[in-house]
Design a protein around this ligand. Structure first.
Ligand code: RI2
Length: 315
């Protein structure tokens, strides 16, 4: 069996050519669908290998894990039935991704008051859905977007805001506290929400949450339910991806004697700093994360390696 399309997709995720927790999840489901269509024999074995290749790319966003598990939860008595089921499940997952954004936009925008200034971090499609919807309702007057070093995803955000006609101000990450008094809401996305309601998101998010709490600025998280982590119910800790130091500093710095350069891509924001999590099924307090995992995702465990996501995904 030729795994080329899977290996190519895995490389795109690893190098962040395809990035963003929702996008990588959707891309993994699309890739598994294409691969399933090509498999002619030994369906289980080949799909398992493809799933492993895709999983072995970026460790932090649980959306990737949930997408893969969702597709791999296919059923059937023979290869033909299994293939049909896997393809159908991949399509269901893709639809889940597509429909969730719109609902999150609607629900999140309702919480924003007229004339608001919003701050966001990195480049989150879910957070931007809230901001764009609120803007269309005439509620947002300006958006502060952080650069989000080292990959500068803030540049993507201001481009997107500009295309949508939304006044945007780009700031360096360290200017967050300087500007926080001018802000009415912080709206960020999520890579993972843990069972205890903590948010794992782009490095720097927790500092923004700290500044927001100090300034009494509401901190809103936009997260589809497939960003909630069933693994954390079983005590597993979220692995924080540490990317290559060359993303942070040039060779003359990397080669200095006695100097280390570290590049964690994500950090954890405790639930006490989060006012609300906007999901496609409603605005929930972070304390309800466990219930979302239990009721929405379902978790029949076959060893933590093989969690089954028996989701009632979208209704
Ligand atoms: P959406 C991104 O991770 C950012 O941390 C962003 O906040 C999060 O995914 C969610 O993005 P990266 O892939 O799924 O840039 O809301 O490391 O688009």
């Amino acid at each position: 069996m030729n795994f080329q399309i899977v290996e190519e997709a895995a490389l795109k995720i690893k190098t962040m050519e395809v990035r963003g927790a929702a996008r990588i999840a959707r891309f993994a489901a699309e890739t598994l669908k294409k691969f399933a269509e090509m498999v002619e024999s030994n369906f289980d074995e080949n799909m398992k290998k493809a799933a492993e290749i895709l999983l072995n790319t970026r460790p932090t966003a649980v959306s990737l894990y949930n997408a893969i598990n969702y597709v791999m939860n296919y059923e059937g008595d023979n290869d033909r039935e299994k293939k049909e089921s896997a393809i159908a499940r991949a399509e269901e997952f893709i639809k889940w991704v597509e429909t969730a954004h719109e609902k999150i936009g609607e629900i999140g925008a309702r919480r924003i008051k007229d004339g608001s200034v919003v701050m966001t971090h990195c480049n989150s499609s879910a957070a931007l859905s809230v901001i764009k919807t609120a803007y269309k309702m005439g509620k947002v007057v300006e958006v502060f977007a952080t650069e989000s070093r080292p990959r500068m995803q803030g540049h993507l955000t201001v481009k997107e805001l500009s295309e949508a006609g939304i006044p945007a101000t780009l700031i360096v990450d360290s200017a967050v506290r300087y500007f926080i008094e001018d802000v009415d809401y912080v709206v960020v996305g999520a890579d993972t929400i843990t069972a205890n309601g903590a948010l794992i998101n782009k490095i720097g998010t927790s500092q923004i949450a700290l500044a927001a709490k100090e300034a009494r600025v509401p901190f809103m998280v936009a997260a589809e339910t497939y960003k909630f982590s069933p693994k954390t119910v079983f005590g597993e800790l979220v692995v924080i991806e540490e990317r290559d130091a060359s993303e942070v500093a040039p060779p003359e710095i990397l080669n200095l004697n006695g100097v280390k350069v570290r590049n964690p891509a994500f950090d954890a924001t405790p639930r006490d700093y989060i006012d609300v999590i906007i999901t496609e099924i409603g605005a929930i307090p972070p304390e309800m994360a466990y219930l979302v995992i239990k009721e929405r995702l379902g978790y029949a465990v076959f060893g933590t390696e093989e969690l089954k996501i028996s989701a009632r995904h979208f209704d």
